[in-house]
Design a protein around this ligand. Sequence first.
Ligand SMILES: NC(=O)c1ccc[n+]([C@@H]2O[C@H](COP(=O)([O-])OP(=O)(O)OC[C@H]3O[C@@H](n4cnc5c(N)ncnc54)[C@H](O)[C@@H]3O)[C@@H](O)[C@H]2O)c1
Length: 409
Amino acid sequence: MAGVGCAAVGGTGFPSHGPIRAGCCSLAPWRSLHNSAAPRLSVPPCISLYPTARYLFAMAAPQKVCVVGSGNWGSAIAKIVGANAAQNPKFDSTVKMWVFEETVDGRKLTEIINTDHVNVKYLPGRKLPENVLAVPDLVEASRDADILIFVIPHQFIGRVCETIKGKIKSGVLGISLIKGVDEGPDGLKLISDVIQEKLGITMSVLMGANIANEVADEKFCETTIGCKNKNHGALLKELMQTNNFRVTVVEEHDVVEICGALKNIVAVGAGFCDGLGFGDNTKAAVIRLGLMEMIAFARIFCTAGPVSSATFLESCGVADLITTCYGGRNRKVAEAFVKTGKSIEELEKEMLNGQKLQGPATAAEVHLILKHKNLIDKFPLFNAVYQICYQGHPVAEFISCLQNHPEHM
Ligand SMILES: NC(=O)c1ccc[n+]([C@@H]2O[C@H](COP(=O)([O-])OP(=O)(O)OC[C@H]3O[C@@H](n4cnc5c(N)ncnc54)[C@H](O)[C@@H]3O)[C@@H](O)[C@H]2O)c1
């Protein structure tokens, strides 16, 4: 029976990982199905395959994957997922990538990607695997997917969900790589919760110190998957992990996600300091105080489960914060904001070639929550970023907020 496995599909559309009883034997077929290192499944002669059993043993269909988004990070992750799916029979070898269609040098971006296998606008100079198929129609791209990877700027997630609602498979597993939060009528909302509510699908998240260009260049880094379900976490790790992109799976998915959003606010502060000519000591203080505010905010906001310090030591926490405060686009634009006196919107257009900035928008969303809870005084760094970006406060106020931070009082 080598090569025969179980297609028992649970509510999520994934094969059950628990042992399956068939007659007198207990089997854990999923592991043995596609992993050549694992012992092959053998069925004792006492078992004949009745229809139900035959169904259970039928070959599990390879999981179809769709990357919803094709910006800088979307393309980098498609490069990884495409390469992994091409050589792992658990996954369908074609990975669809939804591309918001644009014309670049007189050609459609989808046509460029499918012909030249490079996203010349958002990830120039890096080849995408040929099994990554750019699809301009969102419904067509996502319709038959078993795994949806959401990786678009958070501003667009509402419209994306409306477009595919009711048009995707039931039991799809979703994973959000989106860094940001949504501002709902009842306050702040995690993007994964927005997707889960709108589409009714199980969501996980992936966040980490992952500047897309470096990941695409296969420079070593780590990342964190936040996932409540161990089996889903293992499957997603298998889809995403490479030798140079090491994945840790943790259960505190909401903490992982809130870290990914909040660090962008801190990075704007780091950029202000660079623009004002401060040095590495100041930036280290911004990182530390920012981390303290991130932890404090998570403890207020993530009430569904524990908020452990250990999660902040994962790639999604302190590592992502450091890399964003040194290398990210939020830092870069904030530095230019100080040096040029131009508005954030102007600089976003001028400097980011269509990419979107998350830090200032997240500061505004967080500000509303803190104001509502009467907690602004406890988060002076977050608040100063908001006031400088949106209320015309002088940038020098950022330094006084550090000097008077409650951590020093
Ligand atoms: N770039 C990184 O290094 C990086 C790393 C980790 C996480 N992230 C996160 O990943 C998410 C996606 O970022 P990115 O870097 O892939 O995107 P990006 O900012 O590089 O690109 C913008 C994307 O938005 C699309 N777009 C433009 N207008 C649109 C519209 N009206 N509707 C829908 N889509 C539209 C563009 O086609 C493009 O694909 C963000 O939340 C970001 O914070 C980025």
